[in-house]
Design a protein around this ligand. Structure first.
Ligand code: NDP
Length: 329
């Protein structure tokens, strides 16, 4: 059966401008790191993509290595896009990245021109796209000159293979250096993708100010600390959850200490009529330097819960203070 997007989609979502650019992104974007690989069930990930778009989530974030196996999230997304979403292509912001290990040999990793150009060509073939909306350098490369990497991002935009470029996992200092090079090349950086959540606040120590000062947007990844900032792990590790798979989120990360904080945050969220996931997302969005929050999902309700949470009243100064106290304890 062919898919038709909900007529309500643009009434539900709010969009924020990414830095000084002309591009607006939905307050919530969907990442395809987990749950969209060949090991996953197509009917499930297809419904996640449709549910997201039906709720005004126009932005889908990928990377060359998402799967498993690496590349399969792009292939699967490409199939769904071509089968069901072709007529909506101009309503979608599709991003991909390169920077982590992707293929054997010296040209399948990091930040050389050879790797980035080849990787994006592969991504475009897997997704059957002429261009992506955003292409990211996924992580800084200590062994390639930043000029080569930034020059390649500029080239990719000039070739029409990406409309905008972004960087991810760069520190405040590295980002500042990258923006300076990009400025001389004439291709501004659209957005930075850092890890940022109640449990990972490093971007507050300089990066967010650098982004604001340079007019660059910010889209934090793992806003729920991979599921820790939900009620999922309060009564143990459920079957099929990310911690049960124990690769990226290890059971030993769920310490007694962390569980106490999660329970206190969860109680606080319920008292204000939110789930913990909703409160954790709205906590990030309290800051206007943030453009969009990049969530992951394995179930439809993870997406609808996040979107419904946008309706709730903003966190007050007292509530923000209480969250700081819980996190500091
Ligand atoms: P989150 O922190 O949002 O974690 C998502 C996971 O949390 C889901 O898969 C699910 O876990 C659980 N979850 C989500 N909502 C709920 C809920 N309401 N109730 C209970 N559990 C819930 O983000 P991710 O870590 O998945 O990262 C999001 C995206 O960020 C990625 O897909 C990717 O696009 C990007 N990313 C980028 C990186 C980079 O280096 N640039 C690195 C990592 C991510 P479960 O699957 O166990 O059900």
């Amino acid at each position: 059966m062919s898919y038709r997007a909900s007529d309500e989609r643009y009434r539900i979502m709010t969009y924020r401008r990414s830095g000084n650019s002309g591009l607006k992104l939905p307050l919530i974007s969907l990442g395809l790191w987990h749950n969209f690989g060949h090991v996953d069930l197509r009917s499930n990930y297809e419904s996640l993509i449709f549910t997201a778009f039906d709720h005004g989530i126009t932005h889908f974030d990928l990377a060359n290595n998402y799967g498993p196996p690496p590349g399969s999230a792009e292939s699967n997304f490409g199939q769904i896009l071509n089968q069901h979403l072709r007529s909506y292509r101009d309503e979608l912001i599709i991003s991909t990245k390169a920077g982590f290990d992707m293929w054997e040999g010296p040209y399948g990793n990091w930040g050389s021109k050879k790797y980035l150009v080849s990787s994006l060509d592969q991504s475009l073939r897997r997704m059957k796209l002429d261009y992506v909306d955003i292409f990211y350098h996924h992580r800084p490369d200590p062994h390639t000159s930043l000029y080569e990497t930034m020059n390649t991002l500029d080239l990719i935009v000039r070739q029409g293979k990406a409309l905008y470029i972004g960087i991810s996992n760069y520190s405040a200092e590295q980002a500042e250096e990258a923006f300076a090079i990009l400025k001389t090349l004439g291709t501004p950086c659209l957005i930075h993708q850092p890890k940022y959540s109640m449990f990972e606040r490093t971007p507050e120590k300089g990066l967010l100010d650098v982004l604001r000062n340079h007019g660059v947007g910010c889209i934090p990844f793992s806003p729920l600390a991979q599921g820790l900032l939900t009620d999922k792990y309060i009564d143990g590790i459920p079957k099929g959850s990310r911690a049960a798979r124990a690769h990226f989120l290890k059971p030993e990360q769920i310490t007694e200490d962390i569980l106490i904080k999660i329970k206190r945050l969860n109680d606080m969220a319920w008292k204000r009529g939110n789930t913990l996931a909703q409160m954790a997302i709205n906590w990030i969005l309290r800051d206007e330097r943030i453009t969009s929050v990049l969530i992951g999902a394995s179930k439809i309700k993870h997406i609808t819960d996040a979107v419904e949470g946008l309706e709730s009243s903003p966190l007050t100064q007292e509530e923000l203070k209480l969250i700081d106290d819980i996190l500091a304890d």
